[in-house]
Design a protein around this ligand. Sequence first.
Ligand SMILES: CC(=O)SCCNC(=O)CCNC(=O)[C@H](O)C(C)(C)COP(=O)(O)OP(=O)(O)OC[C@H]1O[C@@H](n2cnc3c(N)ncnc32)[C@H](O)[C@@H]1OP(=O)(O)O
Ligand SMILES: CC(=O)C(=O)O
Length: 530
Amino acid sequence: MTRERLYLFDTTLRDGQQTNGIDFSVDEKIAIVELLERLGVDYVEGGYPGANPTDTAFFSEKRTKSAVFTAFGMTKRAGRSVSNDPGVQALLDARSDAICFVAKAWDYHVRVALETTNEENLVSISESVEAATAAGREALVDCEHFFDGYKANRDYALACAKAAYDAGARWVVLCDTNGGTLPNEVREIVADVARVVPGDHLGIHAHDDTGQAVANSLAAVEAGCRHIQGTLNGIGERCGNANLTTLIPTLLLKPAYAERFETGVGEAALKDVTAISRAFDEIVNRTPDIHAPYVGASAFATKAGIHASALLKDPQTYEHVAPETVGNRRRVLVSDQAGKSNLIGELKRLGIEVDRKDPRLDTLLADVKEREALGYAYEAADASFELLARRRLGEVAGYFDVKSFRVMVERRFNAIGELVTVSEAVVKVDIDGETRMSVAEGNGPVNALDIALRKDLGKYQSIIDEMELIDYKVRILNGGTDAVTRVLIESQNKRTHKRWFTIGVSGNIVDASFQALIDSVTYTLLKAGI
Ligand SMILES: CC(=O)SCCNC(=O)CCNC(=O)[C@H](O)C(C)(C)COP(=O)(O)OP(=O)(O)OC[C@H]1O[C@@H](n2cnc3c(N)ncnc32)[C@H](O)[C@@H]1OP(=O)(O)O
Ligand SMILES: CC(=O)C(=O)O
């Protein structure tokens, strides 16, 4: 059976740029275009030339190799000709393959926002599209507020869509601009529009204000749309747009879509989707959403013992698709919800084979549960878990022994009379029977301790110098005077960039931090193969 082609239109660089807190530079846009082309989207909407210097500069040259490079902007203003409209002229000057016009499709907006007549708005749509096609560009029209407009005045919304199509628009895109439409409404309305504009010219642009942007996009496809707009990781105005890193795997892996449709994204690119999603987060300096469908670090993480037990027998028991198909990986977490199967799964990943009947497994499981009851959270601290497990299996050497530490925090006037708070730490460590004492000052007590501990570790010093702390998180587990503090430290190897997490729990925040710190140093030595 031949499959119908679905066209993917990425608006990360345009609608995504309307996300609170996101502001791309030209270089960032260039890097993101590379990611999008790796993925294989059909269209890249690069921004709004004429709206700001960055976007104008970005459109000074064509930026895509294979995707249709698209410029976005308004239809001409009422009462002006196209040649007299600076906005439309900026679009025509842009080095793009296509122009996507945003056009009002709700009579209420025409009256209130544009302050013009319904007829004038139709003229703006037609003449803008005609100007783009006359200039040799592919024209698209984003019918803004289409669904709300349809509900208010069906005939006028349809007239806007038809005006765009009749003027030569390749795609007439139905936008759920305020994001309040539900999938059943999308299905009904798209089916009705498809009587006026053929489905292979219809697109969907869904916002996520009810958490339905992906569902609405799929509903639109079912009802006839063959063009879908979305963004990487679902960024976009307010709650975001349809998330392409969710939509693409769904379209390629779920039989209801995969058997009927094909896209420009191949199997190899699908395997790259997790890496692309995370690389994008790096560019925009966001922490990846670990719970994101398909691409999140927890998308294939199993915590419950009953699940882990079945998963180890056959992964399909608790996975809707295989993690490798989207370049993600299976994780079996170790926590107080775990059974022996979780331990075996995680140990296997660490390269440790232990027989299910090995009594050390029971000891380790009891240890984990006891320590979790005290406040440890091993699912978040992979390195501390590995150390605990290897210690129970007798695989961790006694590299060094901390005999004592002392931290002092003093508020005093410095030499030039300023009031300063100074932290000083002293750490005594035994290595091969020899005691070393280091003293250090730091920004705070934990920083001072870290510097003092790692100042002189004798024969291990060169290895320890490769390690650095990159994040430090504190959580108070219960309030009041008997509060317990949990500290999570993220560290990395400066040379290999490999990262790991360690944990410490104590009634004393400095003590909890020191435990996590010692685990991190010990883990560094373990991984160095010493
Ligand atoms: C639903 C969407 O996401 S649409 C995309 C929205 N994105 C953006 O707005 C980001 C970039 N925008 C901008 O930098 C600026 O708004 C600009 C450069 C486009 C325009 O700036 P200004 O000329 O100062 O206008 P301003 O932003 O205040 O108002 C928008 C104007 O466009 C008009 N307009 C809005 N939509 C359309 C349309 N589809 N067709 C024609 N005119 C339109 C409005 O009526 C308003 O006109 P007015 O100035 O006569 O009142
Ligand atoms: C065009 C657009 O971004 C919208 O209508 O939501």
